[in-house]
Design a protein around this ligand. Structure first.
Ligand code: GCB
Length: 597
């Protein structure tokens, strides 16, 4: 009963978080549904002065009479790939921040008696969607999915879909005015037309209960349909259970399980799970494992774990563009695997579902966060509502991924009562939907206490977290106050601590003295890594490290004309895919850590 109430409350909460102007909550596991891809070449119009809406260009009118004319046409103009970003399409759009209209036609035959939804994996940053000349919804937030029901609006032939996309930075947005990555604009993830029966399996949350001997399965049908038989099958475990939905259209089961092979980075076992009704059937691979924090340790399947992590942005450096495909996910994750990682911090926003799903199959523990990245207007209620929408959308999408270990609520925030209230609210939202993950935030507040000669941090907010994470750039933004091997930490004792960022810049192929930061040399970066790894031995509650960052990435405020050229050069791997010296050092460190297990 208690479980059920929590699930129902979470669903209601998800609804409440979305303002009426926004899209409805979306179905889980869209890739397990009957879909028609709307990816491909779309027509586009660049609308620098935001005149398209006033001129209703989404009507796509054509001159009829002799006196008619329209000062636009989607035909024979700019073409953009979906998914992709516009910045990498041509030099004129490299720095563009503003509005671009996307449009395409599609047919949708054979959907008699079905419900249809337009599903967007991600559009950066805000968008309005128009179908056959009518507005059908809008969304804000560049890194989470949304959907719109279009059942009564789709024609068998000749539909015209227009999307007004805008990536202007604003102080009330998340992220806000400045952030250290490229502000790629566009429809950056898959677009699909999803076809489902009238009453369909909208949502489910399937996981191993903390004691490890039962599987919890919560299912929610799309309509509050009582008395519908909902079946859950896990053939390999010989589980086949059917239960009737209640008056909310919900089913809550707790199923005993024996001889389970648990998911872990070493053995990323997944089971085929089928959720069905007489009308609908959704299938996917789900892993089962337990997770908890006890004292200063993180336990996965009752064994303490040390995170050999790394971060990357959702970017393919060699292509200079947003990552969006499964092939992109293979590239990013293979390099993390080669480094010896068992964990990834997905920086600094929810990345696409291909990456998350493949990471799970490859055996990475995941940290996923929303882009509450410095400079957020914490006192603004509208901003808080946006953050809530994002965190709910992220958890809603990925809660069935057992690889998901951490929900990250913030990166580098300064203490204030407005911040505390904002973040506490986000944590409540997380726990309401999913009480099984560890809540984490990254801080940049560690400083050297000269009197005590130790590193300390003073932010009472850490009490609200399961795991405390620190970004610390010793040897780069902060000179060493003493020898690295004497640098002792007394930070967040009693809780597990993770170094969520450290590192420094080097230009691949550039050689120079290992003690001059401005040499931007591989030798300097390598030494900086060596020093930091030494310091890590003196952090008693250290339970994981995550170098910043796997690849060089594009950032518009990295101005140095020869060493940076709009690139943040902290990558262990260059923009061309070459490994720098520090990569090899880090790999050795991870090999040694693994051997200690
Ligand atoms: C940080 C940020 C990260 C930056 C990094 C840097 O502390 O969390 O997003 O890219 O520093 O390179 O300065």
């Amino acid at each position: 009963m208690k479980l059920y109430t929590r699930f129902a409350a979470a669903m209601l909460g998800a609804l409440a978080a979305l303002s009426s102007a926004q899209a409805q909550p979306f179905m889980t596991n869209v890739y397990g549904r009957e879909t028609q891809s709307l990816n491909g070449k779309w027509d586009a119009i660049v609308d620098l002065y935001d005149q398209g809406r006033r001129n209703r260009i989404y009507l796509d009118r054509k001159a009829q009479g002799k006196t008619d004319f329209y000062e636009y046409s989607f035909e024979n103009g700019l073409r953009l790939d979906v998914p992709s970003d516009w910045n990498s399409r041509m030099p004129e759009l490299k720095y563009y921040e503003g509005t671009v209209w996307y449009a395409r036609r599609f047919d949708a035959p054979q959907h008699e008696g079905r419900r249809l939804f337009l599903h967007f994996g991600g559009v950066n940053y805000r968008c309005r969607v128009y179908l056959n000349g009518e507005p059908v919804g809008s969304h804000e937030g560049g890194f989470t999915p949304f959907q719109m029901e279009v059942t009564d609006r789709v024609k068998p032939q000749g539909n015209f879909l227009a999307v007004e996309v805008n990536n202007t930075r604003t102080p009330d947005a998340i992220p806000a005015m400045s952030f250290d990555w490229w502000n790629y604009g566009g429809i950056t993830r898959d677009v699909q037309l999803v076809s489902v029966p009238q009453t369909f399996v909208e949502d489910y949350f399937i996981r191993l209960e903390p004691a490890g001997d039962r599987i919890a399965a919560d299912v929610k049908l799309s309509q509050a349909a009582a008395g519908v038989a909902v079946r859950i099958e896990i053939p390999e475990l010989k589980i086949d259970r059917t239960a009737q939905s209640d008056e909310q259209g919900a089913v809550v089961l707790s199923i005993p399980v024996k001889r389970l092979e648990r998911w872990s980075p070493e053995q990323p076992k997944l089971y085929r799970v089928i959720v069905s009704t007489a009308d609908d059937r959704v299938e996917e691979q789900i892993g089962l494992r337990t997770l908890r924090v006890e004292g200063e340790d993180i336990y996965l399947n009752d064994r303490p774990v040390f995170l050999r992590s790394v971060s990357f942005h959702e970017e393919i450096p060699q292509r200079r563009g947003r990552a969006f495909s499964e092939a992109d996910a293979v590239m990013l994750l293979s390099e993390a695997k080669a480094l010896g990682c068992n964990a990834i911090r997905l920086a600094h926003y929810p990345q696409n579902e291909y990456t998350v799903r493949l990471a799970e199959r490859m055996g990475f523990l995941l940290w996923e966060e929303i882009p509450v990245w410095q400079g957020i207007d914490f006192a603004n209620g509208a901003t808080r509502a946006k953050a809530e929408g994002m965190i709910r959308e992220m958890i809603h999408r990925d809660k069935n991924r057992c690889a998901l270990t951490f929900w990250g609520v913030a990166n580098e925030t300064q203490p204030s009562s407005a911040r505390d209230e904002f973040l506490r609210h986000l944590i409540r939202c997380c726990r309401e939907i999913d009480s099984t993950r560890l809540i984490v935030a990254a801080f940049d507040l560690v400083r050297f206490d000269r009197e005590r000669q130790v590193f300390v941090m003073n932010d009472p907010f850490i009490e609200a977290l399961d795991v405390v994470a620190v970004n610390k750039y010793m040897g780069w933004y902060h000179p060493w106050p003493l020898e690295p091997e004497r640098a002792v930490w007394d930070v967040a004792r009693g809780k597990p601590l993770v170094i969520s960022e450290f590192g420094g810049e080097a230009l691949y192929g550039q050689h120079g003295p290992d003690d001059v930061a401005s040499s931007w040399s591989e030798e300097y970066q390598e030494r900086l890594y060596r020093d930091n790894l030494r310091m890590f031995e003196n952090i008693p509650n250290l339970r994981g490290v995550s170098p910043w960052v796997l690849f060089d990435f594009r950032s518009p405020f990295r101005f140095h004309p020869t060493n940076q050229e709009d690139w943040n050069r902290k990558g262990l791997v260059s923009d061309q895919g070459y490994r720098k010296k520090a990569w090899y050092l880090m790999k050795k460190y991870y090999e040694e850590k693994q051997a200690l297990r």
